[in-house]
Design a protein around this ligand. Structure first.
Ligand SMILES: Cc1cc2nc3c(=O)[nH]c(=O)nc-3n(C[C@H](O)[C@H](O)[C@H](O)COP(=O)(O)OP(=O)(O)OC[C@H]3O[C@@H](n4cnc5c(N)ncnc54)[C@H](O)[C@@H]3O)c2cc1C
Length: 533
């Protein structure tokens, strides 16, 4: 019997990887995500081929690892002294250097660290979680939301998340029940559906038999249950006008955003643990302190010049192909012989702004029953994020600011001292008296970070619908998906999720597969060339 697997094996032998993948899709064996399954690449596919990869962030590391698995010789060049790129964990003694700012040095107690870039991994980011599993990187749950955290209004008044969520639900359910009972929705709902909906709404909002909302224990206790006959009472229901007066009320839905839904993860000890493990797994780990200054594509190869920023030593490397993962604002300033059209495209990619301010502190928030999660405060600092790691230990890292977009663009104009003082003030407003607990503040403004110059591109900047995740389709974005000659571009920036590491993996795998298809095709056309290399 000719099985589908046999057909694929034969196709793979005669038609190379591209034929196999194309056929897999035609046979319904691979969706787009599965088409990124790299197991279709044989370990000898890249034999005799050399690829230079620029940048050892997640896209560069993924490219390097997958190409090595397929037998390519890989040279991975990284400007910094560390791998991980934007996945940057700041530990005691590390320095933060930003263009135009004084160097900051982290002073953290044992076990305290600060993920200045990515800090959470959604359950559905199986590429990244898969590498963590493959390379034995221990994960812990990142508690991304806590019902004990707060939403704070502009006037400083605050509501616990559990109260805001459940009282608002109760109020909406009550209104809906009233509307149904009055017949206001008779045109929209059949009698049968009305009959079914009413009991659901009652359960949904925890309404009384009369359909009224009189408070719910879901929102917290008025009186907590105690010993013996110390009965519990529900908290008093908040009037709807008071709920609506809190400008942060929509943030109660934050945890329903698919990217933010439980269960979320973090590597134990810092986000960069995954990147360090990937680098360790490479036959030829990243060459650190290798800042690329010049790229020249020629008819038969690609030449890259790089320098060690510490010693000034300059080296040159030549290879068959190149995968560039350098962020576009940085690449725009590098001397290349890319086409004029591509250079202009690269120079015009706009990057967003994003800031984080971190402090070390005794864990006062845990005495308010906040274990991880986020309080939303609005304003220039947007939120306060509590640590998931080291619960009940003496001290921890609290994030006093994480903002992006225009708010962040304005905030980063302040001096570092002002950013830290402002963030401390907001923490003190939400947790009175505790601003003074915060020590050793650090501010990271991603637009000023060398070798990054921004947190992620803002592809849809200026468009009516600024929404970007999953909805990027500009001419520049499409142009950069394709190689120019021997030069390929991979990066989270070239995925539908530029603000997530998973996007970097997807983009890298897509480019590695494109390169693998090309190499397979070339080997078919001129097998002698392959043997000769
Ligand atoms: C504040 C912030 C919060 C984030 N939160 C999350 C999160 O919670 N979860 C998540 O999954 N993602 C998050 N992200 C997004 C995630 O960090 C990025 O999408 C991802 O790390 C980008 O990977 P990359 O490999 O495309 O780019 P990078 O990580 O930027 O890698 C590019 C590499 O190129 C190197 N390079 C630059 N110039 C040169 C040169 N001249 N020569 C040699 N090398 C050079 C850089 O040093 C860097 O290592 C966040 C990002 C930021 C900034």
């Amino acid at each position: 019997m000719v099985t589908r697997r046999r057909i694929l094996t034969r196709l793979g032998m005669v038609g190379g990887l591209g034929a196999t993948l194309g056929a897999m899709q035609a046979l319904g064996l691979a969706g787009i995500a599965e088409a990124q399954d790299m197991s279709g690449m044989t370990p000898t596919l890249g034999r005799g081929r050399h690829v230079i990869i620029l940048g050892a962030g997640i896209a560069g590391l993924t490219s390097a690892y997958e190409l090595e698995q397929a037998g390519f010789l890989v040279t991975l060049l990284e400007a910094r002294k560390r791998v991980g790129g934007r996945a940057w964990t700041v530990r005691n003694g590390d320095t933060i250097e930003m263009n135009g700012e004084e160097t900051q040095t982290a002073k953290f107690s044992d076990g305290v660290y600060f993920n200045a870039g990515p800090a959470r991994i959604p359950s559905f980011h199986q590429g990244l979680l898969g590498y963590a599993r493959k390379f034995g990187v221990p994960l812990e749950v990142e508690v991304n939301s806590s019902r004990s955290a707060y939403i704070m209004a502009d006037d400083g008044s605050k509501i616990r998340m559990r109260t805001a969520i459940n009282d608002m639900r109760g109020r909406i359910a009550e209104l809906l029940a009233k509307a149904i009972r009055k017949g206001a929705l008779d045109a929209e709902l059949s009698a049968v559906d009305r009959e079914k909906l009413l009991p659901f709404i009652k359960a949904y909002g925890d309404l009384g038999e009369d359909g009224a909302f009189a408070g719910t224990e879901r929102s917290g206790f008025g009186t907590a249950p105690g010993a013996g006959v110390a009965f519990a009472t529900a908290s008093t229901a908040m009037p709807i006008d008071q709920l609506l007066a809190n400008q942060r009320l929509p943030m109660t839905l934050f945890e329903d955003n698919l990217y933010m839904q439980a269960t979320m993860f973090e590597p134990v000890g810092g986000m960069d643990r995954i990147h360090a493990a990937m680098d360790n797994a490479l036959r030829r780990p990243a060459l650190r302190g290798a800042e690329v200054t010049r790229i020249r594509q020629r008819s038969g190869d690609v030449e890259v010049v790089y320098r060690d920023p510490a010693s000034g030593a300059v080296e040159t490397v030549v290879a068959d192909y190149l995968i560039c993962t350098i962020p576009f604002p940085v690449l725009a300033k590098i001397d290349t012989n890319l086409s004029a059209k591509l250079k202009t495209t690269i120079a015009n990619v706009q990057y967003d702004y994003s800031n984080k301010v971190a402090f070390e502190s005794p864990r006062f928030w845990e005495r308010e029953q906040i274990y991880g999660g986020i309080s939303f405060v609005g304003g220039p600092t947007t939120l306060i994020w509590y640590p998931s790691a080291g619960l009940h230990s003496e001290r921890g890292m609290i994030l006093g600011c994480y903002s992006s977009g225009p708010t962040a663009a304005e905030f980063q104009k302040r001096s570092i001292a002002e950013q830290i003082a402002f963030s401390r003030g907001v923490v003190d407003k939400l947790h009175p008296g505790h601003g003074a607990d915060l020590v050793n503040g650090l501010a990271v403004n991603w637009h000023k970070i060398p070798y990054s110059l921004g947190p992620w591109p803002d592809w849809n900047a200026g468009s009516a619908n600024g929404r970007q995740e999953g909805h990027i389709d500009t001419a520049a974005f499409r142009l950069l998906q394709a190689p120019e000659g021997r030069i390929y571009f991979a990066s989270a920036a070239l995925s539908q999720t530029p603000g997530w590491q998973e996007g970097g993996i997807q983009s890298a795998r897509a480019q590695v597969l494109a390169l693998a298809r090309r190499v397979s095709a070339e080997a078919l056309v001129s097998p002698a060339r392959r043997r000769a290399v």
